[in-house]
Design a protein. Structure first.
Length: 420
């Protein structure tokens, strides 16, 4: 193959690898707790509960590795080492995703976080393409043209790593700057729970086992021996062969400690309702319990409902109430649902008629003057404008502008001097 054709092929594949690695790393970085939850699922599925303390560090590290490798390959930084690491990464992930597709220990690999959910088989097919691209880029890495000279490459690489770690830590200490989950601000939970008319339902293949003269045989609904009493019914099985429509929200329920379902009451409340979200109260950060209690007092003053939703044990609930002097009612909700609603333990949600008006990390709970008047008369009661596009543009600029300045410095300090 001519050198020109090799270079074109390498350029195409390295751009493909770079963009996908950047996207995969970035969507994990903006939701580090979500990635940590996914690692927890993996460790549980593989019988490694002792790895639980590593879920959050693994989340930070994986997003940083993917994002940095993606930027490095686009910049041509450390082209031999980068192409080798990308190939090694794909050599590990491709057989792993094949196992996931075959065994299905987790339904979603989480390779693109919640931004793009694909099946395990789709993930495996995607990785086959990326593995082929990684092999070609590694073999012909000499055709990659670096953006920086060797004397400035380290600075561009350092800033890339600092950038992605900075994004992860900011989103961990606050809430994700981009929310890809169904419980985003402005979402109406009852609407997301609806199943459209005519939507496909689950399709099952049913088989029936009968026994005659000591011999067992399987039948379908079309040929089972309904009128032959010599056959004795043994068992019936139903196998899912086609998944039906699943609404974005399908597992949201609120049950009191007395086992009374109040989901519809809460979602139908036309006034404002505060929901304190804590998947596990025993692991909740109690640093800001005074602000939480102030919100409860505020809700009582102006007649708003306030509930704490958790999946904790009775003892954990009792301990939390005693330790924090909590006076608000505690209800039970599925743990996974609570983790999906808000990436904070605890976190605060504001509802009105089932619509999510706002939500806050426990470090950013409203306080002070914001709690001096009714919600309807303050900014708390207004859905904040969607600024996702501005946030994405800001992140792109925070990455590109410093790298551009490094390039200009590199050009005038080294590259131009060399050409002169």
């Amino acid at each position: 193959m001519p050198d020109k054709a090799k270079k074109i092929l390498v350029e195409v594949f390295r751009v493909l690898l770079g963009l996908l690695f950047i996207f995969s790393g970035f969507v994990k970085a903006v939701d580090p707790l979500g990635s940590a939850y996914k690692f927890h699922d993996y460790f549980t599925a593989f019988g490694m509960p002792f790895m639980e303390p590593l879920t959050l560090p693994a989340s930070f590290i994986l997003s940083a590795i993917e994002f940095s490798l993606g930027v490095f390959i686009l910049l041509g930084a450390y082209r031999k080492a980068t192409s080798f690491l990308i190939l090694a990464f794909m050599l590990v992930m491709t057989p792993l995703t094949l196992y996931l597709a075959l065994a299905n220990p987790v339904s979603d690999c989480g390779c693109f976080g919640d931004a793009l959910v694909i099946t395990n088989w789709e993930t495996f097919y995607k990785n086959i393409v990326l593995l082929a691209a990684a092999i070609i880029v590694f073999i012909w890495s000499r055709y990659i043209t670096p953006v920086f000279t060797p004397k400035s490459t380290w600075l561009g690489a350092l800033y890339t790593c600092l950038f992605i770690f900075g994004v992860s830590f900011y989103c961990y200490l606050n809430l994700p700057i981009l929310d890809f989950r169904p419980y985003k601000i402005g979402a109406n939970i009852p609407q997301l729970m609806e199943i459209p008319e005519g939507a496909p339902h689950d399709v099952y293949k049913k088989t029936y086992t009968y026994e005659k003269d000591g011999v067992k045989k399987e039948f379908t609904i079309d040929n089972y021996p309904a009128n032959d009493s010599t056959w004795v019914f043994v068992d019936a099985k139903a196998k899912l062969i086609q998944k039906g429509y699943v609404p974005p929200v399908h597992d949201f329920t609120i049950t009191t400690l007395n086992d009374v379902d109040i989901t519809d009451i809460v979602l139908a409340d036309s006034s404002y309702t505060f929901l304190l979200i804590s998947p596990k109260l025993g692991k909740a950060d109690d640093t800001n319990v005074d602000e939480i209690n102030n919100i409860f007092d505020y809700s009582q003053l102006f007649g708003y409902q306030f509930y704490c939703l958790t999946a904790s044990s009775s003892k954990a609930i009792t301990d939390w109430i005693e330790d924090t002097c909590a006076e608000y009612p505690v209800c039970i909700t599925d743990e996974t649902t609570l983790k999906t609603i808000i990436r904070s333990n605890p976190g605060l949600l504001l509802l009105k008629s089932g619509t999510i008006i706002n939500k806050w990390h426990h470090r950013n709970i409203p306080h002070g003057e914001k709690l001096t008047k009714p919600i309807s008369e303050s900014e708390l009661g207004q859905i904040p404008p969607n600024r996702d596009k501005q946030k994405i543009i800001a992140c792109v600029l925070w990455l590109i502008i410093p790298l551009g300045l490094i390039y200009l410095s590199d050009y005038f300090t080294y590259r131009r001097r060399r050409s002169a």
